[in-house]
Design a protein. Structure first.
Length: 306
C-alpha cells in the first residue's frame, strides 16, 4: 500500500515569527492546493509539505557544531571541539526558522550547524516541487567556499549515518554552480548514463551523458548535464521525480540528471531503495525554501526523461 502522501500536523516546539497572512496566501496560491488545514481535491493532486507559517510535520537534526558556535551545555573535548551532536528536535541556535522573504513566507536555514530539516512521513512514487534561493551568510568551516545545501530523498536509517549529519539517502545537490548533481550519502548505489571526468582515475567524478554507455553500481558523484541555476538572490524552481528505482532531477524546467537502479547495501545484499523521508540540508550557508509540494505519479512524463 502506498504510504506518506499526506500532511502530518504534530505540535512544533520551534519558535516562529508572525507571518503576514495575505503574503502567505499569495505565495501558496502558485501551487494547486488549499491551506488552513482543508485539502481540496485538484486534478493533479498536489499536497503541501509546508503549511507556510510554522514547521509542524517536520523534524530537525543537528550534528556536532563547529567550535566557533556557542552551544551551552554541549560537551567539548580537550581540544575545545564539540564532542556530541545537538540531536533531534533541538535547535538552540535557531538554524531552522520561518521568515518573510520577498514579502512572503519562507523557511530559512541559517547553515550555522550542519544537519537537516526532515519530513516525518516517508514518500515513494512522487513528483516533488519546491523553490530555493541563497541568502548572504556563510559559516565556518566554509565561510569562503561556495554556498551549499541539498535535497536528500529516500532517506532511511539513523540520523548522522553520512558524515555525522545526514541519513542514508540520494542527494539532489543544491550548491552554487552545481544544482542537480548527484551525491551518494552513506553508500547508496545508482546506475547512470555517464562518462568519467578523468578516465585514468578509477575514482573520478562522472559526467551525466544521456546515451553514453551505462555505468552500473556507482556511488561516485555525478555532475549534472548543464548549469541552469539562476543568479544568487533569485528563486530557483526544482522538481524531483521518483518512480520505482528511477529518479530525475529538473532545474528551472530543464532535466539535468536521470538515475536508475536506486538501491542500498544491506545484510541481504543490494536491495532496491524506493521510498523514504526528505531532508533539506543545513551546510554552512544561509538558504531559503518555499512552495514545497508533492503529488503521486504512476509515470514520469516523456518530455521530462527524453
Amino acid at each position: 500500500m502506498r504510504r506518506g502522501l499526506r500532511t502530518d500536523s504534530p505540535t512544533s516546539d520551534l519558535e516562529t515569527p508572525t507571518i503576514d497572512r495575505r503574503a502567505a496566501l499569495k505565495t501558496l496560491a502558485a501551487i494547486p492546493f488549499a491551506i488552513n488545514g482543508i485539502e481540496i481535491a485538484q486534478p493533479d493532486a498536489w499536497t503541501p509539505l509546508w503549511n507556510g507559517h510554522d514547521l509542524a510535520g517536520w523534524d530537525t537534526y543537528l550534528g556536532r557544531p563547529h567550535r566557533s558556535s556557542d552551544v551551552p551545555g554541549l560537551q567539548k573535548n580537550a581540544n575545545g571541539e564539540y564532542a556530541e551532536p545537538i540531536g533531534v528536535n533541538r535547535d538552540p541556535r535557531r538554524v531552522f526558522s520561518v521568515v518573510s522573504s520577498d514579502g512572503a513566507p519562507a523557511i530559512r536555514i541559517s547553515g550555522e550547524v550542519y544537519g537537516g530539516l526532515i519530513t516525518r512521513s516517508e514518500y515513494e512514487n512522487y513528483h516533488l516541487r519546491f523553490e530555493v534561493k541563497w541568502g548572504d551568510q556563510r559559516w565556518p568551516p566554509r565561510e569562503d567556499a561556495v554556498r551549499d545545501s541539498g535535497c536528500c530523498y529516500h532517506s532511511v536509517g539513523p540520523h548522522g549515518a553520512s558524515y555525522g549529519f545526514w541519513m542514508r539517502s540520494f542527494e539532489f545537490q543544491i550548491q552554487e554552480g552545481d544544482f542537480g548533481d548527484f551525491y551518494s550519502l552513506a553508500g547508496v548505489i545508482v546506475d547512470v548514463d555517464a562518462v568519467p571526468v578523468a578516465p585514468a582515475n578509477p575514482r573520478s567524478d562522472l559526467q551525466f551523458a544521456p546515451g553514453a554507455a551505462p555505468i552500473a553500481g556507482t556511488t561516485r558523484r555525478v555532475i549534472k548535464r548543464a548549469n541552469l541555476e539562476r543568479p544568487r538572490g533569485q528563486w530557483n524552481r526544482l522538481d524531483l521525480y521518483c518512480l520505482d528505482q528511477t529518479s530525475v532531477h529538473v532545474v528551472n524546467g530543464h532535466t539535468v540528471m536521470k538515475l536508475t537502479g536506486l538501491r542500498q547495501k544491506t545484510d541481504a545484499g543490494e536491495t532496491a531503495l524506493t521510498r523514504g523521508r526528505l531532508q533539506f540540508q543545513s551546510e554552512a550557508a544561509e538558504v531559503f525554501y518555499r512552495a514545497i509540494a508533492i503529488r503521486p505519479i504512476t509515470e514520469i512524463p516523456r518530455d521530462v526523461v527524453s
